[in-house]
Structures are given as C-alpha cells and as structure tokens.
Design a protein around this ligand. Sequence first.
Ligand SMILES: [Zn+2]
Length: 281
Amino acid sequence: MAAERTRSPTVDKMNGKAATRRASGPPEHVPITGDGLPDLAAMRALGMGKAGDEWSRRMDLVARFRSARNAAAHGQTGAAAERIAAECGVPVKTLYRWDRALDSGGPVALVPARGGARRGTTMLPPKLCDKIRAYWMSRQLPPVTEVFDRVVVPYYANNGRACPHLATVRRYLASAVSPIEAVAFREGPRAFAANCAPKVRRALPERVNEVWVADHRLWDILVVVPDGKGVGWGGTKAKPCPCGSGEKRRDCCSLRRPWVTMIADVRSAAWVGWRIGLGSV
Ligand SMILES: [Zn+2]
C-alpha cells in the first residue's frame, strides 16, 4: 500500500504529467507512513528534515485557519483568514492555496517542493536534472545507460544542443542522489526499513501493569523551603524572609526548585505514582 503510494508520483512524472505541477507541488519523493502521512523520521534520515518541519508548520497553519473559519460568523471568514495569515507571516493567498492543496492532495501535498541545494553541481539544466532523478529513482532499478538513452538523449534531440557525455550523467547522479535515497526509492520501503530507518518498536504491552515507565524533571517553579540555610535568593537575600519569621532571607529559608518524579503504566497510560521532592531520587 505504502509502496504504491510512494511510487505513483514517479509514474506520473515519467508520463510527463507532473512537470507542470512541479513548481508549486510537493517533491516527487516523500517517504510515507502507513497512515498516508509524510514519515518525518524517514525524512530526517534522508536529509529532508527542513521540509518535514515546514510541512508541520503548514499543517498547523491550515488547521488553525479551518478552526477559525468554522468559528467565524457568517461573512467573517475572510477576516479570519487575513488575521491568521498575518500572525504567521504568510500571504493570505498562500494560506488559501495550502487549504485547497490539503483537500485535493492530502497531507503530502503540503510538503514543500525540493530546493535547488541538493541537486549537486552540474552543467545539466535543472529541468533535465529533475527528469533524470525521477527516472533513476524507480523500483525497476534502471542502469545509468538506460537513463541516458531514454531521458538525456531525447532531451537533446529536441533542443538542438550537444548532448553531454554519459559520464556527466553518472557524476550528476552520484552527487545528487544520496545512497540512503537510492535505497529508499530504488529498492523500496521494505529495504529502507530494514537497512536505513531508525529502529523504533511501538508495540504496546498486552496487559495493564506489564510495563511501567518512570522519569523525573527539575520543575520550573520555585518553593520556599524552611531549612535554615538561606540560599537561592540572589540579590534579595537581605530582605525579610517571606515565611513571616522576621529574619532576613539569608538567615532563614532557602528558595529551591523541586524535582517531580512520575510513574506511568504503558498499556493504559494511567499514572500509577508520583513524588515531589528536593532530591532527584
Ligand atoms: Zn523563612
């Protein structure tokens, strides 16, 4: 299922249909989870972390826009759109475009188009580079010679300029396609999961109380502790202590940040215990 979805844009592209969508549409290769969402962990592994962050931002923005639109009184939706666009520093037209893209293309449509940064340095024109990449990243594992014969030669046959050498195309692919991308898109999601993807097991325990997890954090609040040590007051240690003893702070209580320790059951996500204290134990 996921394999089909990952592949279909490539097929479109090879039929030439995706060429015009390219400028504003998503990149042709986005790893996708079983739920049809961009796989952010895989994107990070592929060096597409920034695109993943931007996708999250756009999704968040469109979600805010939609809830504001639902809440807006009749005739006020335009104002809601303008307010949210201004808050987020995005032209309101762009916000409407993303909203439509989410409806028509699903979440993947909001992944930003690939920038020029990772195309590698080459004399080949960018348009041809895109075609070469798209053909190369196919599950049919075409050799470079086939990419050359099917994509590069016809491209130059039509425009009258001298065709570059096969070695140029080979060099371009070596610089523009990372080994990890080659595994992900030429060998497929299964090979990627086996060889490259971060190993994360998300299977839940079968029974409640089978696995508990615990963690502690230094809490971001301050408490007055009557310990007679008078520490933690900084420049205010000569003032009267807030406990009401009449002593100066430096001769009375301390100001401390407490630790909180929580224990949760993994299966039910219920808290089974907690402790607040001044030590991290
Ligand atoms: Zn005190």
